[in-house]
Design a binder for this molecule. Structure first.
Ligand SMILES: Cc1cc2nc3c(=O)[nH]c(=O)nc-3n(C[C@H](O)[C@H](O)[C@H](O)COP(=O)(O)OP(=O)(O)OC[C@H]3O[C@@H](n4cnc5c(N)ncnc54)[C@H](O)[C@@H]3O)c2cc1C
Length: 410
């Protein structure tokens, strides 16, 4: 029957696609329900007018030597680029002399070491409490924190920050990470443009109420972004206050990417980087000539990104131009034009970029992932204790939830 399935997977991002694929491969009659007109969620590639694939969401295959999306990209015959990422190299010395960069990297290393040393001690603290008091590099370390967590380190659990596992190998897909993730789901049983409003688990079977009517299922895997779960108090009937609470403690931080076209790009080294400023937290980072293309990929995080979202798309461009001209001179303004941006906080089906745990709340990830009554299962990057905030974290939690469903049926 069209409206009756063994398992319904809610949310067609990395986690939902991985879960549905695993269930289908194991013979489960399932349906993937997605609110948007497209698959991928926070993985989103657009093709610009020059034909370049631009990732407005995830772009880097972090921990690429272990990342399950690499095999999927290879199956799809994608072009994997293994150029080391700009943050693993020195920044351009423009506005940031080499001596200062060495000092900054040393201060950042020491900060990460202090976070690690404190991480498993009680009580958990905000990562920012581990700044060296009065150190001149604290603001820039905090700026990098906003790129990593989407939030200033005053708001982020030191334990959770330290729990993140990363092998340090970072690759990209020329055709786009978003393209690859969406294509992976293309042949699954999908219902697009179908927001789920309510998951009624009072009866013997689940009733999933959607914009296109009710769907009956034995089990559901819920992969909604944590902020969507936290704000959806009426999503579950009866309510699941512990789940909502866990989601509230894992808010989505905010990072947004703006792509600029760049005239006379050859002046800059391929895949190089600049900071807009080195003495404040509210600064963007500029990835020059990603893949060697005549573009700049600008990364905004935390409170800065939130303030710019409130100002509309042009606010990002104006801010970027003011920082770039500050470093490269007034005439640089003529060489850049806005190409594309996606505002992730404003996006109603994301409401942010990736999750961090509030201080003291690292265990919320396990609480969010815990199944309810052997019928409601949870996946999504926020459910991973070690690979949160990433697309491969989404994949891993999706497969884990699908395995949990299969275990109840064996
Ligand atoms: C700017 C940016 C840069 C990033 N960079 C990287 C990176 O370089 N590398 C990396 O690994 N990760 C990166 N990430 C994070 C990565 O994109 C996410 O962690 C990952 O895509 C999350 O997958 P998910 O399946 O958990 O959630 P989502 O992709 O958010 O999937 C959830 C799905 O649920 C859908 N949905 C929402 N509400 C409803 C509803 N009511 N009914 C039905 N469906 C609904 C959404 O539309 C969405 O498709 C980045 C993210 C952003 C925003």
């Amino acid at each position: 029957m069209k409206n009756d399935f063994e398992t319904v997977v809610i949310g067609g991002g990395a986690a939902g696609i991985a879960a549905a694929r695993h269930l289908c491969q194991n013979g489960i009659r399932c349906l993937l329900i997605e609110a948007r007109l497209r698959l991928g969620g926070r993985a989103l590639t657009i093709i610009d007018t020059s034909g370049f694939a631009l990732d407005l969401g995830c772009g880097w295959l972090h921990s690429a030597d272990r990342n399950p999306w690499v095999a999927i990209a290879e199956e799809q015959h994608r072009t994997i680029d293994k150029t080391p990422p700009p943050w693993r190299r020195r920044s351009l010395p423009l506005g940031f002399p080499e001596g200062g960069q060495a000092e900054f990297l040393e201060a950042q290393e020491q900060f990460f070491a202090r976070v690690s040393a404190r991480a498993q001690k009680e009580p958990d603290v905000a990562a920012a409490t581990l700044f060296a008091p009065g150190d001149r590099w604290n603001n820039l370390i905090n700026a990098v924190g906003t790129y990593i967590s989407g939030a200033e380190l005053e708001q982020v659990s030191a334990r959770d920050f330290d729990n993140f596992e990363d092998t340090g190998v970072n690759w990209r897909i020329a055709e786009g990470y978003g393209t690859t993730i969406a294509a992976c789901g293309a042949n699954l049983p999908i219902m697009l443009d179908c927001p789920v409003h309510r998951i009624d688990h009072r009866g013997k079977r689940l009733s999933i109420e959607t914009a296109r009517g009710a769907i009956a299922a034995d089990q559901a895997i819920i992969t909604l972004p944590s902020t969507v779960l936290a704000e959806g108090e009426e999503l579950f009937v009866p309510a699941l206050p512990q789940k909502t609470q866990a989601a509230e403690n894992l808010p989505l931080g905010l990072t947004d990417k703006l792509f600029l076209s760049l005239e006379r790009a050859d002046e800059f080294e391929k895949d190089s980087r600049l900071f807009g400023a080195t003495d404040r937290t509210g600064t963007a980072t500029y990835h020059l000539r990603p893949f060697g293309r005549p573009l700049i990929e600008v990364f905004f995080g935390g409170a800065l990104a939130a303030a710019l979202e409130a100002g509309g798309e042009h606010a990002f461009f104006d801010f970027a131009v003011s920082e770039l001209t500050g470093v490269l001179g007034a005439s640089f303004a003529k060489r850049v034009k806005p190409v594309h941006i996606h505002r992730w906080r404003t996006d109603p089906f994301a409401r942010g970029s990736y999750s961090y745990a509030r201080p003291g709340m690292a265990d919320a990830r396990k609480q969010l992932a815990a199944p309810v009554d052997g019928r409601l299962f949870f996946a999504g990057e926020a459910c991973s204790t070690t690979h949160f905030s990433t697309a491969h974290g989404g994949w891993i939690t999706g497969v884990t939830a699908a395995e949990e469903v299969l275990a109840t049926r064996s």
